[in-house]
Design a protein around this ligand. Structure first.
Ligand code: 4GY
Length: 251
């Protein structure tokens, strides 16, 4: 996959793209990240990209000219391949794992990062295929959201997390919160690892983890259960959890 990122602050991406998993994915040619400075596509003599808003108001708006220039440049570079052009903005579609999985199927992504008060509306109308929001808060620019999307998408590309990730296990846990994880030592400051995990009884461990995932999801994010396709055994486990809770005495 090729990911072309259009930004006024390319240096913001250096850390995330040159560390850890994203670094290794690029070394293995599983993903290519290219950074383009929108300012390089300004054609005026001081290379400005923003201007005061028509109609008045505070702040500055990034004009259409350098953004059209940058997007048309990367689309021409990549030739006739299908591209998705993403704009990171609070009014976009809420980003979630399903959207990440959809984007991970693409050959070419372009991510436009706005800054200041916003971007000229004609960019949205003419160039953008997907407006995406990472959450209901306002940031100073689209750069951090672009990194969030790039990271979530990259780890879904086959080989990026290594060869031994089971997509069967992934789809089994899809839509549920993760179960608790432990490693050595078995006892730390008198805090014990749950006995079942030391037992070597693989079926018991699997059932314990499933129950933990369901309990966490019920407690922290019950709305996720409505969108999740549960296994037949899950309904039984949830009934048991609810029966156990009914007997819970808080004193
Ligand atoms: N939240 N999710 C977000 C954001 C900043 C002004 C347009 C968000 O995705 N993007 O807060 N973006 C704004 C700043 C220009 C982008």
């Amino acid at each position: 996959m090729i990911v072309d990122i259009l930004t006024l602050f390319p240096e913001m991406f250096t850390g995330p793209l040159t560390s850890s998993i994203l670094k290794r994915a690029q070394e293995r040619d599983l993903i290519v990240f290219n950074l383009f400075n929108i300012r390089d596509f300004s054609t005026n003599k001081h290379h400005t990209v923003d201007d005061t808003p028509y109609g008045g108001g505070a702040g500055m708006v990034i004009g259409p000219e350098p953004v059209f220039g940058a997007v048309e440049h990367v689309l021409a570079l990549r030739g006739p391949m299908p591209s998705r052009v993403l704009l990171m903005c609070p009014q976009g579609r809420p980003f979630d794992q399903a959207l990440a999985a959809d984007l991970a199927q693409e050959k070419h992504l372009v991510i436009i990062c706005g800054h200041y008060e916003g971007i000229d509306e004609r960019v949205r109308e003419q160039l953008v295929t997907d407006e995406i929001s990472i959450g209901d808060y306002v940031l100073t620019g689209g750069e951090l959201p672009a990194m969030v999307v790039a990271d979530a998408v990259a780890r879904l590309i086959p080989g990026v997390l290594g060869e031994d990730t089971s997509s069967e296990e992934e789809s089994f846990s899809a839509g549920l919160l993760e179960y608790p994880q432990y490693t050595r030592p078995r006892e730390y400051r008198s805090l014990m690892v749950p006995e079942v995990l030391l037992s070597g009884h693989h079926e018991e461990i699997r059932k314990w983890r499933r129950r933990q995932s369901l309990m966490r999801t019920l407690a922290c994010r019950p709305e996720l259960l409505a969108q999740t396709k549960l296994e037949p055994e899950d309904k039984i486990i949830i009934k048991k959890i609810l029966i156990d809770l009914r007997g819970l005495d808080l004193g």
